[in-house]
Write a protein that binds this ligand. Structure first.
Ligand SMILES: Cc1cc2nc3c(=O)[nH]c(=O)nc-3n(C[C@H](O)[C@H](O)[C@H](O)COP(=O)(O)O)c2cc1C
Length: 398
């Protein structure tokens, strides 16, 4: 089944109970049918309260966090979230490719660890750290409070969060969930009128930029997910009316960037770039930020790792616009390699999902704190007192 068709599918309450883990069932039912049904779901052996768990996590590394989260998800949700597309070559490459670059540590520079400055500037926002929560759909798959918990987690450190148009909560509710800055990610609809409406709502709700994701134009499921029969529960989408869901325009073109700018009046981030020529064309078409990404290995299998694509893109752009990198960030060392090779900031996906699932808003904050800790330590070893000073001197090809 193609993604567009899958996303059209709706699920019955029985499907939710059948496929979802206990916590997920509560999330789905609470948002679908209100308190009465949620009470009913609570007769199952739940690990979550009605509001959902909210606790700080001891994040040692993301592999261990994933192992813990794996026990919480149903098989269907796990294969949907963890996997990449096809035979998952790109998903695995997103991890392997970090080893293509090594540090050239630079000691004896008199740097005080606790004074290392993680702040970065993006589209006029002064951010306290370079970790952005990447846009991902249906946060209620992970936690009963969905995006509201994620935004509260992001706000604890004042970080930037991006919000998917395929969210569980409405963009208006998400905007109100915290004071922290937010960007809205759109999947353009074949019907431009529907896209325009979303863009106008995003502006009115106070989002500061629009992310256009350009790589979700075809099959993105893993073989395992297909073998299991497309088993994730289809939760309601907060930005759409009852029974409605996002649709994907496949005939995207550079003209769409101008339309988004005109309708929203906001700067545009183009997400899903892996080719230098496309990065240059995106900027010519009016993009204010380029996001190097292979959708966490969920778009075209066989696309290079994001970190492998970054150096040529940074060269081609000559610093004309900032670059964000996502796909495969699991450690502070990954963050520093990405920044040294030309990214201004990184966006983080699955680690945030696991933090949300295991600890709600506080869990999201714990994941960001883990990245903060490791990024500070790595920057210290590089011999600079600010991540904005990382560059070619700090990393070389292995
Ligand atoms: C379960 C899941 C849902 C996602 N949904 C969206 C989405 O709605 N919009 C989008 O632009 N990207 C989406 N992505 C891609 C992420 O924005 C990002 O590119 C990817 O997760 C980064 O890789 P990482 O998970 O290895 O950090 C999704 C990724 C996952 C794993």
């Amino acid at each position: 089944m193609r993604k567009e068709q899958q996303i059209e599918a709706t699920s019955s309450r029985r499907d939710l109970l059948k496929y979802a883990g206990a916590g997920i069932a509560t999330a789905a039912l609470a948002s679908r049918a209100g308190a009465q049904v949620a009470e009913e779901a609570n007769t199952e052996p739940l690990t979550l309260t009605r509001k959902g768990i909210d606790k700080a996590l001891n994040v040692v590394n993301i592999d261990l966090l994933q192992e813990a989260a794996a026990k919480n998800y149903s098989e269907g949700v796990r294969s949907f979230v963890f996997n990449g597309s096809g035979k998952q070559w790109t998903l695995n490459e997103n991890q392997r490719a970090w080893g293509d670059y090594v540090f050239t540590p630079n000691r004896m520079n008199g740097i005080v660890r606790d004074k290392i400055d993680l702040s970065v500037e993006l589209l006029g926002l002064k951010l306290p750290h370079p970790f952005i929560i990447t846009p991902f759909g249906s946060h209620a798959l992970h936690h009963p409070l969905g995006e509201v918990a994620t935004m509260r987690g992001a706000a604890k450190s004042g970080g930037l969060a991006a919000v998917s148009s395929a969210s569980s909560a409405s963009m208006e509710d998400i905007a109100k969930a915290s004071q922290a800055p937010k960007w809205f990610q759109i999947y353009l609809d074949p019907d431009e009128g529907r896209s325009r409406e979303l863009l106008q709502r995003a502006r009115a709700a106070g989002f500061k930029a629009i992310i256009l994701t350009v790589d979700a134009i075809g099959q993105g499921s893993s073989d395992e997910y297909v073998r299991l029969g497309n088993p994730r529960p289809w939760l309601p989408y907060g930005n759409y009316g009852p029974g409605q869901s996002p649709k994907f325009k496949t005939d995207l073109s550079w003209k769409d960037i101008e339309m988004i700018r005109r309708v929203s009046g906001l700067p545009v981030v183009v997400k899903g770039i892996t080719r230098p020529e496309d990065a240059v064309n995106a900027v010519k078409a009016g993009a204010s930020v380029v996001q190097v990404s292979n959708h966490g290995g969920r778009a075209l299998d066989g696309t290079p790792a994001a970190i492998s694509a970054l150096p040529a893109i940074a060269d081609a752009l000559h610093g004309e616009v900032p670059i964000i990198l996502d796909s495969g960030i699991r450690r502070g060392t990954d963050v520093v390699k990405a920044l040294a090779l030309g990214a201004r900031a990184v966006a983080i996906g699955r680690p945030v999902m696991y933090g949300l699932n295991l600890g709600g808003a506080s869990g999201v904050d714990s994941v960001l704190s883990y990245f903060r800790r490791e990024t500070v330590d790595t920057t210290l070893h590089c011999g600079v007192d600010a991540v904005s000073k990382l560059g070619a001197a700090h990393v070389r090809r292995a």
